[in-house]
Design a binder for this molecule. Sequence first.
Ligand code: C2E
Ligand code: MG
Ligand code: MG
Length: 568
Amino acid sequence: MLNPVARILLLGSEPSEYSRLSDLLEPSCEPQYQLLWCERHQSGLSEISSGNYDVVLLDCVHQPDISLTLLQEITEQGCKVPIVALTEQVGGPIAKQVMRLGATDFLCLSKLDSYLLERCLSYAVEKYETDKKLSELSLYDPLTGVPNRVLFRQAMEESIERAKAEQAPLALLLINLDGFKKINEIYGSEAGDQLVATMAERLNHCVRKSDCLARVGADEFTLLLEDYENKEDVALVAKKVIDVLSNPFMVSGTPLMVSCSIGIATYPECGDTVDGLLRRANMAMVQAKSQRGSQYCFYNEDTGADALHRLNLEADIRRALRRNEFEMYYQPRVALETGETVGMEALIRWRHPERGLVSPNEFIPVAEESGLIVSLGYWIIQQACQDIVELDKVSSSTLDVAVNLSFRQLQDSMFVETASRIIKQSGADPTRLEFELTETAIMSNYQETYEGMMALSKLGITFSLDDFGTGFSSFAHIQRLPISALKVDRSFIKDVVSNSEDAIIVKAMINLAHSLDLHVVAEGVETLDQVQFLWQNYCDQVQGFYFSPAVSAKDMSLMLNQRATACM
Ligand code: C2E
Ligand code: MG
Ligand code: MG
């Protein structure tokens, strides 16, 4: 049943045909069709394109040549309205030709009756509606209901054209969920789907109607912003997105913390084509990902050079691992109450054949992003354990060793098993080992980190929260973890003596840690004033250049022996 009244356009033809067809379509008291007539072929195309009609009846009897040419034009223009051709004979050459030229159906004008005409029109309209729905379906993501990659491209092409014509800016945000593959593996793809659907819902709520949101990959969304003043406005939207996605998601009844990385490319600075902008947004997204989750990055000229540099660096790290160019250095941790060295932090160094010692700040992010940190991390644990055993042989003190763990290492499903095996084989006492994790690392991957930490703490390994104060963390979550120490980030210690706000924060951090039964370690202690402030405020341990920078294992053992001799 057609609902409401279908609008039929008769194209070409003559007045007598028009009135005959009108009569044929009006036998019932409730009209289902409204027949309109356009006599002139020249106006045919614009009439059809107006979108006012549900079906076109093209008269191919009275002026067949003109009608066929028009039909061809209609098809070439991509008009989707169904065309029913009116022909002279059922099986004549014209009938065949109209079908070839793209007509939906044909009717023999001389044999036409009311029933036949109505049936043919009703079929054409229904098919048209179904086709429309199907093509809509292929433009929208069935899971989230937002436009898919195809529609996104179309929309973006139009936006670029508009931006060019109006000399307006345009920003493309590529939003990628961190660790989605792992979520799918652990909780199943249904849970993954649920997460993506909720993600789309939240994104839809936090953007304006005019901002075009689309799902372009399993865990990837794009957002097109057209109406903004400056870069800060775009950054605000990115921050808002990170914010709404950092609230816990309920997945299979479990609250899950996820983070996302956002790459931003702007028109005209980053290009004027869909692919160019997408590629650059992707590079910026990769850069954001290397910054440990919940970050956004704008593409700039350095991003491209950076991507290349990273690629080279990645190959260099691989080679360095094979050639044994890495070394572990150790920085002492001093207990303020006794003034004794009670532990040390293992810090990696790369002795590059041409560049000399390379800072971990330069290569750890690349190792994390490329996944190389997993094998490098095993080497670090193995070396630290070996050094514990060696130091014990030459020194009387039994120091704890803290090893930095990166967020990617706990994502390796074999981590607990492999790390346990390495520690066991080295002969080092696991209770002397501490793993340092940052808040961001824990929160970006809470559930897995939690499980890994619980399993490792059963072996006697302890944990500390590194760079405390710089990342986002939920205390409700942190409290459930087997953490025994907080390491106050050195940015708070730097001006603690001169800046009263920093002093208040550090005191609060110490109190907070103690109320949770945790030790406090201050990082980056460089002056006696800082040591005194920390001692007066009951900080447990300090680490920093005031006592010693990180030194090689050999120098560390010399240092310990010197201290032991001095005490005798
Ligand atoms: P972190 O874990 O917070 O390490 C402390 C950093 O502060 C070290 O830098 C240390 O040398 C530096 N530092 C210590 N005392 C002072 C001081 O008094 N003043 C100043 N200005 N700095 C001080 P480093 O060794 O360059 O390491 C930087 C970061 O690289 C580390 O920060 C850690 O996040 C990462 N890293 C280093 N080694 C490893 C490793 O073996 N594995 C992993 N996953 N990350 C590592
Ligand atoms: Mg550390
Ligand atoms: Mg630190």
